[in-house]
Design a protein around this ligand. Sequence first.
Ligand SMILES: Nc1ncnc2c1ncn2[C@@H]1O[C@H](COP(=O)(O)OP(=O)(O)OP(=O)(O)O)[C@@H](O)[C@H]1O
Ligand SMILES: [Mg+2]
Length: 322
Amino acid sequence: MEPLLAIRGLNVRFGPSERPVPAVADVDLDVAPQEIVGIAGESGSGKSTLCGAIMRTLVRTARVSGEVMFSGRSLLTLNDGEMARLRGRELSMVLQNPMTSLDPLYTIGNQVEEVLRERRRDGAGLRPGGAIEVLRRVHLTAPELRVRQYPHQLSGGMRQRVLVGMATAAAPKLLIADEPTTALDASIQDEILILFRELRETAGSAVIIVTHDLSAIRRLSDRVVVMYAGRIVEEGPTGEVFRAPRHPYTRALLASLPRIEGDEVHLEPIPGQVPDLASLPPGCAFAARCPVAKDICRGQRPPESVVADRHRLFCWRAEETA
Ligand SMILES: Nc1ncnc2c1ncn2[C@@H]1O[C@H](COP(=O)(O)OP(=O)(O)OP(=O)(O)O)[C@@H](O)[C@H]1O
Ligand SMILES: [Mg+2]
């Protein structure tokens, strides 16, 4: 099947050119229509930068190169007007902090209506019911009251539901959710995640979800992408990667998940720290923390190993971890 999103050789660098910070390096990634892809990796691994490069929301000083094809269009070469038209319609994003994504000066109803108006202008068939119906679909309590309220009158969880509702109403071909539930209570997190699945069912959207919550990725996504120091280190079908992770970093990440055995909670934090992107070693960036690293790992960047259909990793020890 033709991918909806095809990223090739994507690089994003911040900072001065004499001492660049390669926040995203040599990323290739495909997302199929209606596919849910989870992106995992420790803080600073480049997840948000990757999302920002796709949405073209990075700071102007970011140096972006490579190719991002979305639904037959090359996103990195569209002009700002064309990009703005795509955003919020075919391509939308839900961010970690819902307060900054809603306009404090307009009521919730006004803002949801605006999305609906855009869709009507596009000639899209709309379910009747308007803003109240949109809010009801995301299980917001008292939607008749909420449409008349302003963002500051809603809790964080409610605001996030409103944003997911707006994303649903826009029925984008691709929704990018960057840590959409981090600021929310655990009880609300699950409900929001279920809404993403519903979005796929009702609107036929593909979803890229970035989260530190690996168990959410396990439950929600079709495919998982693991990033480390700006690079994809492993990518594969979710069930397969969780059952038999191949990259030592993926293994370490999964071992760092809390496990409950009897009355005890076990977790093994990954020893060491993420490297400074401005002075990366020549070889594998994970080598310094890797329990199975050998000399070549420190000296040369690992090549791609294809494990199975759509399952690949970048590791010199790929043979041994089978
Ligand atoms: N505007 C910027 N200017 C300079 N460096 C930046 C900028 N934005 C991000 N970076 C750097 O790029 C790297 C990747 O950051 P990014 O926010 O993409 O990571 P992340 O995986 O999303 O982390 P987190 O899990 O904490 O959200 C970090 O080293 C960060 O300091
Ligand atoms: Mg981030």
